[in-house]
Design a binder for this molecule. Structure first.
Ligand code: TRP
Length: 321
């Protein structure tokens, strides 16, 4: 059974783009192997300096994943910082990491280009991520396209370590998740935290309605025919409505006589209904104050078991044991 591993950085609330791009595929993987998913809170520290928010986002991610169908009986969910062994291994691996390799990593380059002084943690981000992967002997790493380079760096570093100290790390394979370029945000650009155009998964009814009503549209009058081929409303609706409802909306766009406000109301209903069962599950989980903690504690136990085995292998290999 392949071991599948992925991580998500707790730097915000999960949104619809995350759901289709990452959460749903990750949840599907739980039936195809031993899945391990962690909340990358050490990584989040490279940009987030608010302890209250870090805790809130981390917990929120755990809760959302469980609500959306992650089954702790099948998959292991844990916090990165519950396995501090990754820090020791990151140090060890960093002593073999060529500086130019990290200087070429695109997250680092993007910071430099934006004129932001990168911290050492951000610079070393790919080494920590490599260890996240290698420490659990992961076979498959489902990631978005933007993270592919990091998995390649992971392989390169593992090869380098193995050549230097003998066979120690297993080489992982990236599995690139479907592109979510096609999921538009409120302004029609790709939905992304960095564009501030997201629709969060578990908004209350009122704020959700307000967000949807705020989707940017042109000023075509109610009576006039509208173009459904380039509309964020239609593209989002497609994700949540039945095919026949989508066809109906498209033809109502073309026919004219229905305003964008009405289409947005249909979209709201579709999103609200789609997440209904998950919202209910989320409320149930929240009603038990210990549930999430217990899941994370059990996850940490399993992750520690695997991590300790790798750590002692590495200590032995380099002469620290
Ligand atoms: N860097 C990833 C991101 O920003 C998160 C992450 C950290 C990760 N460690 C990982 C993903 C290990 C996959 C495997 O989204």
């Amino acid at each position: 059974m392949p071991r599948i591993l992925s991580g998500i950085k707790p730097t915000g609330k999960l949104h619809i783009g995350n759901y289709f791009g990452m959460m749903r595929p990750a949840i599907d993987w739980q039936d195809k192997g031993e899945a391990l998913y962690f909340i990358a809170d050490y990584h989040a520290l490279t940009t987030l300096r608010d302890p209250k928010l870090l805790k809130e986002y981390s917990r929120g991610i755990a809760l959302d994943f469980l609500a959306c169908g992650l089954d702790p009986a099948k998959a292991t969910l844990f916090k990165q910082s519950d396995v501090p062994q990754v820090c020791e291994l990151t140090w060890i691996l960093s002593t073999l990491t060529p500086m130019p390799m990290l200087e070429n990593a695109h997250a680092y380059k993007a910071h430099i280009m934006r004129g932001i002084t990168p911290n050492v943690g951000l610079f070393a981000y790919p080494v920590l991520m490599a260890i996240d992967i290698l420490i659990y002997d992961s076979d498959i790493v489902p990631v978005g396209r933007d993270q592919k380079q990091h998995v390649e760096i992971t392989r390169d570093l593992a090869v380098k370590f193995n050549q230097t100290f003998g066979d120690t790390f297993k080489l992982p394979t990236p599995s690139i998740l479907p592109d979510v370029e096609t999921i538009p945000g409120l302004d029609g650009q790709k939905m992304s935290k960095s564009y501030d155009n997201t629709i969060e998964l578990f908004l209350e009814e009122k704020p959700l309605r307000k967000k949807i009503m705020g989707i940017v549209t042109d000023s075509t009058p109610i009576e006039a025919s509208k173009d459904p081929t380039n509309s964020a409303i239609v593209e989002l609706y497609r994700l949540f409505a039945s095919p026949s409802d989508v066809v109906q909306m498209e033809s109502d766009f073309r026919a004219g006589g229905v305003g964008y406000g009405d289409f947005k109301k249909r979209l709201f209903e579709a999103i609200w209904n789609y997440f209904g069962p998950m919202r209910q599950r989320r409320a149930e989980i929240q009603a038990d104050p210990n549930y999430v903690d217990q899941v994370l504690a059990r996850g940490a136990e399993r992750a520690n078991e695997l991590a300790n085995a790798t750590l002692s292998r590495v200590r032995q290999a380099v002469g620290l044991s």
